[in-house]
Each structure stands twice: as C-alpha cells, then as structure tokens.
Design a protein around this ligand. Sequence first.
Ligand code: IPM
Ligand code: MG
Length: 365
Amino acid sequence: MTDSTAQSFQITLLPGDGIGPEIMAVAVNVLKQIGEQEGIKFDFTEAPIGGVAIDTTGVPLPKDTLSICRQSDAVLLASIGGYKWDSLPRSQRPETGLLGLRAGLGLFANLRPATILPQLLEASSLKPEVVEGVDIMVVRELTGGIYFGQPKGIFETEDSDQRGVSTMAYTGKEIDRIGRVAFETAQKRQGRLCSVDKANVLEVSQLWRDRITALSKSYTDVELSHLYVDNAAMQLVRAPKQFDTIVTGNLFGDILSDAAAMLTGSIGMLPSASLGESGPGVYEPVHGSAPDIAGQDKANPLAQVLSAAMMLRYGLDRPATADRIEQAVLSVLDQGYRTGDIMSEGMKVVGCKAMGEALQTALSS
Ligand code: IPM
Ligand code: MG
C-alpha cells in the first residue's frame, strides 16, 4: 500500500526510564514499517527526559530537550521515574521534568481513553458483564489545578512546626478552555459529558461547575451531568457503562484515569494524548516506568504502540494509518498473544520484543 501524498514528519522520541526504552523500540519499529508501507517519512530525534536526563545533564528536563520538542510535529514519550531518583529534592525529580514538559508546551488537555477490548474481558478484575462494552474518554485538565497552583511549598511556622501547602486553583478561562475540548470530544462520541468536581466542599470546584454549566448552553447537542469525585470513583467501578466522556481537573483526572484504565484489565493497554492550543502534542502511555520489570523483556508495549496511533490520529492527521495500527493490536490479541500483565488461561505469553514482532507480522499481512 503506497500513499501518493508522501509526507514527512519530525518526531521527537523521549524513551525516558524503566521499561521506556523497550516499549519505545517496539513503537518505533511499527512506525518505521507503516511509514515504508504508506510513504510517510518519520524523522526521529531522541532526547533525554526524567531520570536518564538527571544522570546525564543534572536536570530532569534539559533546555535542549524542550526546544527539540517545540520544533517537532509531535512528541512520543514512554515513561519516566524510578527508585533511584525518588529521594532527590523535588526540583530534580523525574516527575518535575514531565510537568515542565506539559507546562512548557502548553498541553492543557489530556485525553485518556479507556476502552474494553472483547479479547481482554477476562483480564479485568471486574465481572465481564460489568465491563463489557465500556468505552470512556477521560478529558483531564493538565497544566493547572493543584499541580501548579500557588502558593506551594513546605514552610516553617512561627511555632517551629512545618506547614505543607499546595493550592488548588482554576481561573474561569482555564475551565472554559478544557470545557470546550471536552464538549467537542463528547460531540464526536456519544454526546454525553459528565463533569467531575468536589463542589460540595471546594470553592474552586464551585467555579468549575458554574463555568461548565454556562458553557453547556453553547453545546445543546451534548447532554451534561455532574458528579462529585467520590461518587464518580464509586460509579466507575460500580457501573462504568454509564460514562461516555468525563471532564475533570488535574488531580481528580490523575486518579480517575488510573481507575478507568484498570477497568480494561491492565493499565499496560492505555494510551493518552496531551494537546495544547497549537504546536506539537505529547503522546504517551498512561502507565509508569515499571522499574520492577525494566530490562527483562516483560513489559507490555501495546499502550506505547496505541499512543503512536493516537499521535497519527490527533497530531499528524493520519486517521487511516492510526486505524491500521489499532487493527494490528486487535489482531495480535485475537491470535492469543499476551504479555504477563494481560495473561489469561489458554493464551500465549510473550515478552515485549515478541509482541512487537507479532505486531509487525500482522501489519505486513
Ligand atoms: C500521570 C502520572 C503523572 C501525573 C506523574 C508521573 C507526575 O501519574 O501522567 O498520570 O501525576 O500526572
Ligand atoms: Mg497518573
């Protein structure tokens, strides 16, 4: 299959730490193969972030890494962090590099789909009838809220105690901006949007609810509902099929997207896209760097591969190519290939590399 409209894309690769390099290698091979088949030229530039950047440059987000990312069409990130860097001061932790990348590229909208694949029904810790057919999109605000609000810090008090402070704050504009992305996302899905907050206790959430409600007047084709975050967490595990699109702030979105991910059986399956007003997006798995299995060829590369598919769909406007990658993932699962995290009886357990090879075989047939 050769596309007559040959295209060339600058892609920054940030393999990061732990299992990052292993799963990134699989995704890059898939992209190279599909690029050759479809006449897409990917120019890959690799840059350090997280622990590997701390070790080589002393900081978790080197200036060069940020500028290379800014100059590219899209950024494919694997995972950052590990035990080795856990006790460093906050400014030098891998996570600080990731937050700096999000802020530096203005990536305020984080899309985290949680879709149950029929092939993996048995891998979910919930009953098959509860999760069958689940298809949720969590739209998480990513550059505001308690992650970035001021003041923040650990302060000495007058009575020689300490006081740890983080501030959950949102401006109306920030809420409207993520709200618009969420309503537009819901319009392209089933037209139902659930906004999650803690408006019964938090002022910041009251403003959130007021602004999202006001915004809904411009999206009369979307059915809006509201849930408090504690109830939302409960509903996600009680009856997840009630959700279509969820919109929420940074911290609640962090927590709920992990819960939503786990409905699908393994967080090792879930991709995400982080998008800004303009400029390159960052595409990365929802899972972390899994230092306990790093370097052992045990990691599940599918979330990374599906993140590459999201990059093609949302960042490079190649939806048909994204479809092909997603189909290849379904095909290898249909053939019974499973990494340890999604293994169930009667299936063939494979390592990270072999899963990648199976994907490439599926793509070439
Ligand atoms: C995520 C992660 C990050 C977050 C960490 C690694 C900073 O948990 O992307 O969900 O809290 O946003
Ligand atoms: Mg998280």
